[in-house]
Design a protein around this ligand. Sequence first.
Ligand SMILES: Cc1cc2nc3c(=O)[nH]c(=O)nc-3n(C[C@H](O)[C@H](O)[C@H](O)COP(=O)(O)OP(=O)(O)OC[C@H]3O[C@@H](n4cnc5c(N)ncnc54)[C@H](O)[C@@H]3O)c2cc1C
Length: 433
Amino acid sequence: MSSADVVVIGAGVIGCSIAFELAKSGLAPVVVDKLPAAGYGSTSSSSAIIRSFYSTRAGSAMAWESTQIWKNWADYTEHADERGAATYRQTGCLLINSRKDEFVEVIRAMMIETGIPFEDWSTDVLADKLPWLDLHLYGPPRLLEDEGFAEPADTLVDGALYFPEAGYVNDPQLAAHNLQCAAEIHGATFRFNAEVKAIRQRNGRVDGVDLADGTIITAPIVVNVGGPHSSYINKLAGVDKDMTVRHRPLRKEVCYVPGPTGVDLEDQGLFIADMDVGGYCRPETGNRLVVGSTEPACDALTWVDDPDDYNTGFSEQWNVQVMRMAMRIPTLGIPGQASGIVALYDASEDWVPIYDRSDLPGYYMACGTSGNQFKNAPVAGALMTALIKACEAGHDHDRQPLQFDLAHTGQSLDLGNFSRRRSIHQSSFSVLG
Ligand SMILES: Cc1cc2nc3c(=O)[nH]c(=O)nc-3n(C[C@H](O)[C@H](O)[C@H](O)COP(=O)(O)OP(=O)(O)OC[C@H]3O[C@@H](n4cnc5c(N)ncnc54)[C@H](O)[C@@H]3O)c2cc1C
């Protein structure tokens, strides 16, 4: 039996960030993770794309603030890791305007409101800068067997929004380890191969955790950052009934394919989000592309009951994602052998994360990260620390949502946007948030 100021469940990039910020604030957190090292959970599968457009103002402002931190990641993590710091590669980002949905207009308005830099690229500019793209409209996305699959319309896309300050982080697992090392310097402790089996409660508040090996860690504060396991952990704590926003593990396939013929992706590669073909891609080392999905309506979502037991092999989904991206990038390499990643999102109903307290005093959650919160990890750590401090000092966050100031960009976040009891946001209902 031992005790701690705070137990953080989960040493993914967000759990480690919360530990770092808590430790800097003077608390001594103990982070427990059932895996052997930091960032070995869903963080290790992340495409680690950094971009600042979301369908909510809070999401965009949070990502814009986080981008400033990724630019100086080694400084932010205090050069604490002898393995070196993860690297943010600024490639820029395109959001293709397919004419058909309002998402791009929502984003344009959001960028103007939040002062996030972007450029309007006409179709001609697109064709000039990226001649390897086929700019015909193909949507709405279809299944491979559907009539009309990959048949272009006569019309072209209506240009794109270009975001110069976007890119990806080269090694998401290392980023989590960087945060672990920085947190340890400030007094955090990490226990690996340590699985939480029960949430302890006493006198109407949380009282720590029981581990699978029989260890008890008592603590007045527990933070659930269990990634795809976090809905199960919330059930263990009995706090799920008080939540209006559901979040569940969702199976996803991410494809790695050779880049388009004759294109040096080091030079010309950028992150492309394209609702018209229902996918996204970003450059990867070795002149490859990482290809994912933006959850088009025709694709059934594969919800998973047990995050420790799901099909980790590739399916027809891999083929369809690559074929769709090949409409936009006709010289994309399509290997005979599927390669990439099969992993889980912890997807919320509106694809917006839950950063909140619970109805069990002392128990907090950072979950529902919906495949889009790697980039926001540094700010998530800071806002969860502020939330915990305020609630423990008696602030009623449910009645009067905390406002959180963003140090680099000077904006303010209404943390009510991330409430477990919010009304569902009218988001893209996709990984784009
Ligand atoms: C395929 C994929 C692609 C993605 N791409 C992007 C992207 O491009 N950009 C972006 O911003 N975001 C992306 N994301 C999302 C992002 O990676 C996640 O939001 C983020 O990594 C979540 O971090 P986390 O710390 O909350 O969870 P995790 O990294 O999942 O960590 C949770 C940890 O909790 C531990 N745990 C669970 N249960 C227990 C227990 N009972 N006891 C002890 N430990 C436990 C696990 O072992 C795990 O290490 C992607 C995610 C996936 C899966």
